[in-house]
Design a protein. Structure first.
Length: 162
């Protein structure tokens, strides 16, 4: 019988995808990926044989991601707030409880045009892209495109406007 282990107590080198785990909120690192957006990597690709990763995003009012595309499928689940998404040429305001499914290669962006934080889960399949967010944390936005490109993400345009 396998035992449950807290991944936070294990180092990267001995992290195994065949071991069940439980993470407590206190063990998850939160960082500012882009100005105004705080991310927590809840599940890393290495934890699940690369199949997916899950991130939690908390975006302050006015925060926006640039128009971009990537090779991964992406699913957002809105936990709270009312983000606005651009999917291709279409604009959609969504609310808590909505799921946004973005096929691989689809140009997309989002913005928080409300006066309250937006909280979302982002699931990527396959995983691995979570490392990009750690790498761009704290960088000026003009430094992001080449790093994003190294992860198969193409920045196609500026963030959506408020």
């Amino acid at each position: 019988m396998k035992t449950l282990q807290g991944i936070a107590s294990r180092g990267k080198s001995d992290r195994r995808s065949d071991t069940a785990s439980i993470r407590s909120r206190e063990t998850i690192n939160v960082f500012e990926a882009i100005p105004g957006e705080h991310l927590a990597i809840l599940v890393r690709a290495g934890d699940v044989s690369g199949r997916f990763c899950i991130l939690e995003s908390v975006a302050a009012p006015g925060t926006a991601a640039p128009l971009h595309s990537h090779a991964e499928e992406e699913v957002f689940y809105v936990l709270s707030g009312t983000p606005t998404f651009q999917l291709g040429n279409d604009i959609h305001e969504v609310r808590a409880g909505c799921t946004v499914v973005i096929p691989a290669g689809t140009p997309h962006a989002w913005i928080n045009r409300s006066n309250a934080d937006v909280r979302m889960l982002a699931i990527f399949a396959p995983g691995g892209i979570e490392n990009m967010f750690s790498e761009i944390a704290g960088l000026p936005l003009d430094k992001v495109p080449p790093i994003a490109a190294s992860y198969g993400t193409t920045v196609l345009g500026p963030p959506m406007q408020p």
